[in-house]
Design a protein around this ligand. Structure first.
Ligand code: HEM
Ligand SMILES: *[C@@H]1O[C@H](CO)[C@@H](O)[C@H](O)[C@H]1NC(C)=O
Length: 335
């Protein structure tokens, strides 16, 4: 009997060891099923509370996952605070004075550490919170692939270089996404995230005030009216932090209205509008029209693309760690 127990213990250790050793960059839907059965519930409950208190938080949480994944992969490098000579990604141009929701992530992590210490990574929390946020605002749901580990460092320069700019040309946006292994379809589909949330005047001013050559043509007349509205919100100088909804029709809902707006010339950012205005070949325009007329099609593609985004250079196996506090790497010898 005693021998049998020892035997079972060894089998369990070996199996457990193999799981830890898997270093194949592969994620699993059931990753926490045995390790931390309540993990997904804890995340969802916290996201629900946060979004009920502040509906915009849904958009902010979705954006955190994106800004994490585009810099060294989905490894929660975004969540690290500055420490020693490592500068936080939070201070980089696209993030500073813009990203929100770090306190929500801290709260989730605190609850998870109480339930299952050193088990659920901060990178996985970001992926789960993004899904729950989309669902809460009326968007599609999906199974989140899990088992990411957290980075040991941040990349301030990476955050400045790899997160796309709102004043980029279509060509640059395509290149930005390609660098991450994402294609033109993913660019269009994931831009649909701008169906909720807000942007600051500083990020749409250039678009609102520049009058491109093409706009004198009738074809682009539609941009002119909307730009007049934008100028009334965002003066040529000052009031940089005044907000406008990315989707002015249904700003709080995750739906396909963003694409309808684009067709009508009413995107908020330059990077939104170029999807229709700079697409010479018409492939992208076709996608935009497709999503504008078929929400189910957009939802199905969105699920596909965000799972793809969530897989960008994930850390598994012996790489990285499970952080105790999402803001700091673990102290050596702590575990
Ligand atoms: C295609 C390139 C993209 C560019 C140039 C871009 C740029 C921006 C900018 C400038 C803002 C406003 C920030 C501010 O004014 O403080 C914003 C907001 C937002 N972005 Fe993007 N973005 C892009 C793609 C994405 C993707 C792929 C996602 C998600 C998967 C996303 C999700 C969001 C959300 C939800 C907001 C609103 C956040 C809030 O209200 O707190 N964006 N984006
Ligand atoms: C985009 O804006 C930044 C400042 O935020 C500026 O440095 C850059 O030149 C602009 N790029 C384009 C293509 O207008």
């Amino acid at each position: 009997m005693k021998n049998k127990n020892i035997f079972l213990t060894i089998v369990v250790l070996v199996l457990h060891g193999r799981e830890i050793l898997s270093d194949d960059g592969v994620l699993y839907v059931d990753y926490y099923k045995d390790k931390c059965p309540l993990a997904e519930d804890i995340v969802r409950r916290n996201v629900e509370i946060a979004v009920r208190k502040d509906p915009r938080m849904a958009a902010s949480l979705l954006r955190l996952h994106f800004h994490d994944c585009f810099v060294m992969g989905c490894d929660a490098s975004l969540l690290l605070d500055s420490f020693g000579d490592m500068v936080s990604e939070k201070l980089a141009g696209p993030n500073a004075n813009s990203l929100r929701g770090f306190d929500v992530i801290d709260k989730i992590k605190y609850n998870l550490e109480e339930a299952c210490p050193y088990t659920v990574s901060c990178a996985d929390i970001l992926a789960l919170a993004a899904r729950d946020a989309v669902v809460l605002r009326g968007g599609p749901t999906w199974d989140v692939w899990l088992g990411r580990r957290d980075s040991l460092k941040a990349s301030f320069d990476g955050a400045n270089n790899f997160i796309p700019f709102p004043n980029s040309s279509l060509e640059t946006l395509i290149a930005n996404f390609k660098e991450q292994g994402l294609d033109i379809g993913d660019l269009v589909t994931l831009s649909g995230s701008h169906t909720m949330g807000k942007a600051r005047c500083v990020n749409f001013r250039q678009w609102a005030y520049e009058v491109s050559h093409e706009e004198y043509h009738d074809k682009y007349k539609r941009f002119r009216t909307f730009k007049r509205i934008l100028r009334s919100i965002c003066p040529e100088k000052g009031r940089d932090d005044v907000l406008a909804p990315l989707d002015y029709v249904t700003p709080a809902r995750f739906d396909n209205q963003y694409f309808i707006n684009l067709v009508e010339g009413n995107g908020l950012l330059h990077s939104d509008n170029v999807l229709v205005s700079e697409d010479e070949e018409g492939v992208i325009k076709k996608l935009v029209w497709g999503y504008a007329s078929d929400e189910d099609l957009f939802f199905a593609s969105f699920v596909n693309s965000i799972i793809k985004m969530g897989n960008i250079r994930v850390l598994t196996g012996f790489d990285g760690e499970i952080r105790k506090n999402c803001r700091f790497v673990n102290i050596k010898g702590e575990l």
